[in-house]
Design a protein around this ligand. Structure first.
Ligand code: GDP
Ligand code: PGA
Ligand code: MN
Length: 610
């Protein structure tokens, strides 16, 4: 283990743009441990960005594209393409506080492991210091972080995904604010004279969180969700623990604004697991006359009670980190317009022969020749996809043409409805409204989805994913559910209505029963009108469903009969579901709130299965 002496770290720190001892002590301690060759403080200036881009192009980390403008491409190591949930740890003092769903290692033991792997980890590399703020710097409670990383790709991506640089450091200094310590290394130190590779990473990976210290240590991966630590690691795992202590919610939700033909607006938040349609719904362009949707966020919502008792949501992020495949001119023209506006970093998509990008689903017609994400020639006859199924576009949210004017409101927008949903071929109806907050929390707690390529592992297996937060709850899931119940008991709360949706139900021939995408606006319209009390509903054992003809199908080429199939509550499917819910609550153990156990019994009763 090499440790450079204090003197040389002090040399590296002479140009530090702050005198804040907490910041300097943090940066110094990481530099002493990881022994980088240099330290660079990220200011957020355009000059610095240009210089980082040129360096990253020179080392082959990124390639400049001919179009869109100011856009870059990175291909990852083929073994570093998604979040690694089995290498993700919540290191609370007590194992019970991490709960049954998280991997747990005692903090002292994990700190020992991290001591070993981080020792000298940045040798031969530059350590970048990225001050950032999640949400608006003028928020009532601004939320700061400092990520140190040895990855220029992370610096460039964080520059899109969060408000970074001087804006954050100045505020940390001015306010004497705390910040979440985020430490990241790709885990690939360079010996003198050793050539670097385009995407350095390690076969050993640790994505670790210390919810009690509010710190994050990530080792061995350069991939977004593992390495852009403001995103899932901070804004969900650490923030959920902070939110639990402080009485607010940090959730895996998009935020959108919906306006009806009379000009009345409502804000909706929706939680779907990774790669289940958040980015698409956030950018929906309704094709029902007079209805308008605008975007506020596509992945994360922080919700705090406002003075009027409503939950106000902010999107703590500044960019989109969207799943590329399936994002196209037909399915999501808004995202395509945002991408075309430039300033993107793409990862693991395919390259066109004229220096642009392509992925499955971008256009109906496949290009005759591409370079696939592994760097091989690709033609429409190739048997493997051109873009990795979890390839991503990283794009400034300001590019989104449908961005709502209030997206920069420091304290957010009041939420009228929350949607939960996942990818289920059977059982779950297209839409139902829950009967009250606790029933809504119950439906969130049993959210289930077929797994996707967004995380390493088998795809297409049904798993429970409470509030779409399974991989992101920084503490015990039972306590998290109790926190949701408690939010509902807050004095003076004017709570959003909760709905459950499933865009992915299939017919016998395996086709989707509901056309989805743009047409989901018809479901949003029903949600809006339910909130306003102007749409009728029928009671089913699992919630209120639209009456026959209740979903506006005007101009749509599907029959009411098919919609009824998508809405159907099938007793045999629900009998099976109930068994699986019982097993799920057994798995969650003793921390499951009594209120939710009561909901299961009420459901059993309504299904006639008592
Ligand atoms: P996110 O990761 O939750 O933001 O999900 P995305 O919006 O990026 O979508 C992930 C995948 O689901 C993409 O391949 C989309 O094409 C697909 N998808 C999104 N919305 C729908 C929908 O309403 N119906 C169907 N069938 N697929 C959808
Ligand atoms: P997502 O998040 O998978 O929910 O889109 C990005 C990531 O963590 O990879
Ligand atoms: Mn997304």
């Amino acid at each position: 283990m090499t440790v450079i002496d204090r003197g040389s770290v002090e040399d590296l720190l002479v140009n530090a743009p702050t005198k804040n001892s907490k910041v300097l002590d943090f940066v110094r301690s990481i530099a002493e441990r990881t022994t980088p060759d240099a330290i660079e403080w990220i200011t957020g200036s355009e000059e610095q960005r240009s210089s980082l881009l040129s360096q990253a192009i020179d080392t082959g980390t990124i390639v400049k594209l001919s179009h869109p403008e100011d856009s870059y491409y990175a291909a990852s190591d083929p073994d570093d393409v998604a979040r690694v949930e089995d290498r993700t740890f919540i290191c609370s003092e007590k194992e019970e506080d991490a709960g049954p769903l998280n991997n747990w290692v005692a903090p002292a033991e994990m700190k020992g492991i991290l001591n070993d792997v981080f020792a000298g980890a940045m040798r031969g590399r530059t350590m970048y210091v990225i001050p950032f703020v999640m949400g608006h710097v003028d928020a009532t409670q601004p939320m700061f972080g400092i990520e140190v990383t040895d990855s220029p790709y992370v610096v460039l991506s964080m520059g899109i995904m969060a408000r970074t640089g001087d804006v954050a450091l100045e505020a940390i200094d001015r306010l004497g604010a705390d910040f979440v310590e985020c430490v990241h290394s790709v885990g690939a130190p360079l010996e003198p004279g050793q050539d670097d590779v385009a995407w350095p990473c390690s076969s050993t990976k640790y994505i670790t969180h210390f919810p009690e210290d509010r710190s994050i240590w990530s080792y061995g991966s350069g991939y977004g969700g593992n390495a852009l630590l403001g995103k899932k690691a901070y804004a969900l795992r650490i923030a959920s623990a902070i939110a639990h202590d402080e009485g607010w919610l940090a959730e895996h939700m998009l935020i959108l604004k919906l306006t009806n033909p009379e000009g009345e607006s409502k804000y909706v938040a929706a939680a779907f697991p990774s790669a289940c349609g958040k980015t698409n719904l956030a950018m929906i362009e309704p094709n029902i006359p007079g209805w308008k949707a605008e975007t506020l966020g596509d992945d994360i919502a922080w919700m705090r009670f406002g003075p009027d008792g409503q939950l106000y949501a902010v999107n703590p992020e500044f960019g989109l980190f969207g799943v590329a495949p399936g994002t196209g001119y037909v399915t999501n023209p808004t995202a395509m317009t945002a991408i075309e506006a430039g300033g993107n970093v793409f990862t693991n998509v395919a390259l066109t022969d004229d220096g642009g990008v392509w992925w499955e689903g971008m256009t109906d017609e496949k290009p005759a020749h591409l370079t696939d994400w592994r760097g091989n020639d690709w033609t429409p006859e190739s048997e493997t996809p051109a873009a990795h199924p979890n390839s991503r576009f990283c794009t400034p949210i300001a590019n989104v043409p449908t961005i709502a004017p209030e997206w920069q409101n420091p304290d957010g927008v009041p939420i009228s409805a929350i949607l939960f949903g996942g990818r289920r071929k059977t059982t779950m109806p297209l839409v139902t409204q829950t009967s009250d907050w606790n029933h809504g929390v119950f439906m969130g707690s049993i959210l289930s989805s077929e797994t996707t390529a967004a995380a390493v592992g088998k795809v297409g297996v049904v798993r429970r994913d409470p509030m779409a937060m399974r991989p992101f709850i920084g503490y015990n899931v039972g306590d998290y559910l109790q926190h949701w119940i408690n939010i509902g008991k807050t004095d003076g709360a004017r709570l959003p209505k909760i709905f459950y949706v499933n865009w992915f139900r299939r017919a016998e021939d395996n086709s989707f029963l509901w056309p989805g995408f743009t047409e989901n606006a018809r479901i949003l319209k029903w949600v809006f009108e339910r909130v306003n009390g102007t749409a009728d509903a029928v009671q089913t054992p699992v919630g209120f469903a639209p009456v026959a003809g209740g979903i506006d199908l005007d101009g749509l080429d599907i029959t009411e009969e098919q919609v009824q199939k998508a809405l159907e509550v099938k007793p045999d499917e629900w009998a099976e579901e109930l068994q699986s819910i019982d097993a799920w609550y057994d798995e969650l153990g003793e921390h499951v709130p009594a209120e939710l156990r009561a909901e299961v019994e009420e459901l059993r009763d309504r299904l006639g299965l008592k």
